[in-house]
Design a protein around this ligand. Structure first.
Ligand code: HEC
Length: 144
């Protein structure tokens, strides 16, 4: 019991310390995006042009994904993470993980936003276009 109280005390002290800590200056680095449920999220640099596929993908993204992942896949406070983020670079989240996310949904594992439900009404081809769009956004933000 003493042990539990000690832990609780540490947690409370930590919590108070945390809330009193001055908030760090917000910079434009996407690393900061990891920090908390979205507040900042990615500061997306838009590519000058998008390929034809990416333009199609953008339309589907805006219709089906942006409600959660935000405009330009920059993420949304308390809702869903930015997809323009190093975590989602091709070597860590290949194209198939996007297909899987859309068709089967995602169990929350990287963040604390909760699960992503499957998204209806998109073919694999549609998702391929969405992936082109995301990859082009990622590339113009130095995520390859
Ligand atoms: C209802 C909200 C919601 C919608 C709509 C949504 N997502 Fe998500 N998505 C999430 C959340 C929340 C996560 C983070 C899960 C986690 O903690 O890793 C996520 C994660 C992902 C991931 C990461 C998958 C992985 O393997 O880690 C991909 C890719 C993704 N979403 C793509 C999409 C695409 C493409 C669309 C549109 C077709 C879309 N999402 C629509 C909420 C949403």
């Amino acid at each position: 019991m003493k042990f539990v109280i000690a832990i609780a005390a540490v947690l409370v002290a930590g919590g108070i310390g945390y809330t009193m800590w001055p908030s760090p200056p917000q910079t434009n680095t996407t690393d900061n995006a990891i920090s908390m449920e979205g507040r900042l999220l990615a500061n997306v640099i838009l590519p000058k042009t998008l390929s034809q596929n990416a333009q199609n993908g953008k339309r589907s993204f805006e219709a089906k994904c942006a409600t959660c992942h935000g405009v330009n896949a920059a993420g949304q406070d308390g809702v869903a993470p930015p997809l323009v983020h190093k975590i989602y670079e091709p070597s860590h989240h290949g194209d198939e993980s996007f297909q899987r996310a859309v068709s089967m949904g995602v169990q929350a594992h990287h963040w604390r936003f909760g699960n992503m439900p499957p998204v209806e009404g998109l073919t694999r081809g549609d998702v391929k276009m969405i992936i082109s769009y995301i990859r082009e956004l990622q590339r113009s933000n130095g995520i390859n």
